[in-house]
Design a protein around this ligand. Structure first.
Ligand SMILES: [Mn+2]
Length: 397
């Protein structure tokens, strides 16, 4: 909200309180939403066709920490950074941790890389060759050790494993190979560590992927133990999938570990979350709020790569869009919703969600920021701050 006035907030407050809601109680919950941003969203990234370089982009893990710290400073809602191994590897983990802490940032989920090595052409933990599987397992074990060094409690596993042609490999055997490797890593997790198992229905494999959907991830987590949970990447479903349904199922099974938020048009596009799926994100948050303590440990992370858009602004906008969807979900009167549902009032219940979704929460969030010493419009502030130009100068010398 570019030209915020306190009268906008007062009008909003009157509107909400006239319907009998305790706005301040809801307002106190806005800060509960913490979104982790990914180190890989700050560096140059691209498609299979071309990587367009951005002169402001971060070149190493310290610069990526600088960028994540700036996003948190601007929005007050992104206090940690997810790391990718080996892209973010360093010889001095405690030095990196201290560097981040000095900037009010924590090191977050550790993401192993089991897809970028020549050896992984036919898979990693599912590979037919036991030596390759051992190499993949060793990498997972190394990541568990890094978790201890960085005091991270999440090992966030995404596998590119799969096949391109029917008959290429034995699907059930691949599953058993994968379980063997993952079990070894599971046992090496730090005492408070969780393993998050991400699924994706296609790409880079096109005939089958070894963890294609939430049901497969759930089944694997059940085999591994209570500290293995499913990670939902909002870009990893076939067109038309109702992700809120998936979220509700995983919450009820006590197996929802976290999210990778982003938006998609056709495939795994990694676009700015909320750019074209704000309703979906809103409905996901209504499920999380209704699940109460079942959702208390769910990790919220962004997984995006910014190809043509300015990276800092894209990341900031993503966090703000999550916050906006969450604020709208807080406005739903769940008691009224449940009573309307029990009366079988199809559209009455639907309208309760729509009313909350269509409420303009910008004055509310601007006010929330002001109370915390933040700028009411972080995006405009970033554009005027000179931070991007400063990066162009210092990073391209
Ligand atoms: Mn992801």
């Amino acid at each position: 909200m570019k030209h915020y006035k306190e009268s906008y907030y007062n009008e909003f407050k009157n509107q909400i309180e006239s319907s009998g809601r305790d706005l301040l109680a809801l307002e106190a919950k806005i800060g509960d939403l913490k979104i982790e941003t990914p180190s890989w969203g700050y560096g140059n990234a691209g498609t299979r066709f071309k990587v367009f370089t951005d002169p402001a982009s971060a070149r190493n893990v310290y610069e990526r920490v600088d960028d994540a710290a700036l996003i948190h400073e601007l929005c007050g809602a992104a206090p940690s950074i997810a790391l990718h191994i080996p892209w973010d590897s360093t010889d001095d983990w405690s030095g990196l941790q201290q560097y981040a802490a000095n900037k009010n940032l924590k090191l977050g989920a550790i993401n192993p890389n089991l897809f970028q090595d020549e050896d992984y052409k036919l898979g990693s933990v599912c590979h037919p060759n036991p030596a390759i599987r051992q190499k993949a397992t060793d990498h997972l074990l190394e990541c568990c050790q890094i978790m201890t060094k960085t005091e991270s409690n999440l090992l966030s596993v995404w596998l590119a494993d799969g096949t391109n042609y029917s008959g290429q490999d034995d699907i059930r055997n691949r599953k058993h190979r994968m379980l063997d490797c993952l079990q070894t890593a599971y046992k090496a997790l730090p005492p408070d560590g969780l393993m998050l198992l991400e699924y994706k229905f296609f790409e880079p494999a096109f005939c089958h992927t070894d963890i294609a959907d939430w049901g497969t991830s759930l089944a694997l987590c059940r085999r591994l133990g209570k500290r293995a949970k499913t990670l939902v990447d909002t870009g990893h479903h076939p067109q038309g999938t109702n992700i809120a349904y998936v979220v509700a199922q995983l919450l009820d099974e006590e197996c929802l570990g976290g999210f990778h938020f982003n938006a998609r048009q056709y495939a795994d596009d990694d676009l700015i979350v909320g750019s074209n799926n704000s309703w979906d994100i809103f409905v996901i948050f209504t499920e999380l709020i209704q699940a109460k303590e079942l959702a208390s440990d769910v990790a919220f992370m962004i997984d995006q790569s910014h190809n043509i858009e300015p990276k800092l602004e894209a990341m900031l906008q993503s966090v703000l869009n999550c916050q906006s969807a969450y604020a709208k979900a807080l406005l739903v009167d769940y008691d009224e919703l449940h009573s309307t549902q029990s009366q079988g009032d199809v559209l009455g219940a639907h309208r309760i969600l729509k009313d909350a979704f269509e409420t303009d929460v910008r004055p509310w969030l601007a006010h929330w920021r002001l109370e915390r010493g933040l700028q009411t419009d972080p995006v405009t502030h970033l554009r005027q701050s000179g931070e991007v130009e400063k990066r162009v100068r210092s990073r391209r010398d």
